[in-house]
Design a protein around this ligand. Structure first.
Ligand code: MF3
Ligand code: CO
Length: 281
């Protein structure tokens, strides 16, 4: 017996509409995230895009979470709460947000994250740029692996492989956060299965058409030990190392995969793996 919710193609189309809202939030955040802006102002940008689509935030109010986006700066790994902090050139910042649409009384969710360095190309230390690149690459490698893999463990294998290649290439090894994972997604933001970003013992769920998964590796420059602050949300590295986080929602279909939260369905990100995604648009 599996508790993994399988979606019909029509249901995946509803999720695609939610995914496009998330893609739009990301585009607006990327544009608005310049030196001098507060993270709270960026939450307002996100809230505005969500309401302009007639969608709703699945982050706002989630276990009391107070904003529509998590903004995690430098040594914050995940769940940074927007506040009066002013972003500076060179900061490495992850934005994690989602939205849902209601269809016939059911919610269909999208969830995705990206990381950028504030101040444009060339800003930030080389290590921050490498961290961001290896984290994004590990996500695309994992998404591409889902196009042909038999089991969900392909995600952790792909992330570990990219991290190992990067260590050889750039001379330092990124840490893979283990305390936070990806997840199934559908009529709720968080569903079965849990998606590990590292290799683990034990049997891993078999992949099936109709599964929709949020794949979200989090990598750090140093040790993976982390602490949650007194606000019960903000997660920081214990050693003060930097962190990056990338996430997309991907659907497994009879005829291939489709990255629901990517405006281009994943065409550009999957190309170098020889994977052409299904377009539902
Ligand atoms: N970012 C988490 C995820 O991607 C969810 C955030 S919980 C919230 O699964 F409360 F911050 F919304
Ligand atoms: Co997620």
């Amino acid at each position: 017996m599996s508790r993994i919710q399988l979606k019909t193609r029509e249901q995946v189309r509803h999720m695609r509409r939610a995914g496009l809202v998330v893609a739009d939030i990301h585009a607006a955040l990327r544009e608005a995230a310049v030196p001098g802006v507060t993270t709270r102002a960026l939450d307002e940008v996100s809230a505005q895009v969500i309401s302009s689509h007639g969608a709703k935030s699945n982050f706002l109010g989630y276990y009391g979470y107070p904003a529509t986006v998590c903004i995690s700066v430098n040594d914050t790994v995940v769940h940074g709460i927007p506040d009066d902090r002013v972003l500076e050139a060179g900061d490495i910042v992850s934005f994690d947000c989602g939205a849902y649409l209601e269809v016939e009384g059911r919610q269909w969710h999208g969830d995705a994250a990206f990381t950028m360095i504030i101040g444009g190309d060339g800003a930030g230390t080389e290590r921050r740029r490498q961290l961001n690149a290896v984290t994004e690459e590990s996500m695309w490698a994992a998404l591409a692996a889902l196009a042909s893999a038999r089991r969900l463990s392909a995600v952790g294998e792909a992330v570990e492989e990219v991290v190992a290649e990067h260590a050889l290439r750039d001379g330092w090894e990124a840490g893979i956060i283990e305390d936070y994972t990806g997840h199934g997604i559908g009529t709720a933001m968080h569903q079965e299965p849990e998606i590990l970003n590292y290799r683990a013992r034990g049997i891993s769920p078999r992949l099936r058409p109709g599964m929709v998964l949020a794949v979200e590796p989090m990598l750090v420059t140093g040790d993976i030990e982390n602490v949650t602050l007194g606000d019960d949300w903000t997660v920081k590295t214990l050693d003060g190392g930097d962190a990056a986080h990338w996430e997309h929602t991907i659907a497994l279909l009879e005829d291939g995969v489709s990255v629901l939260t990517a405006a281009d369905s994943g065409v550009a990100g999957l190309a170098s793996y020889g994977v052409t995604p299904v377009s539902l648009d």
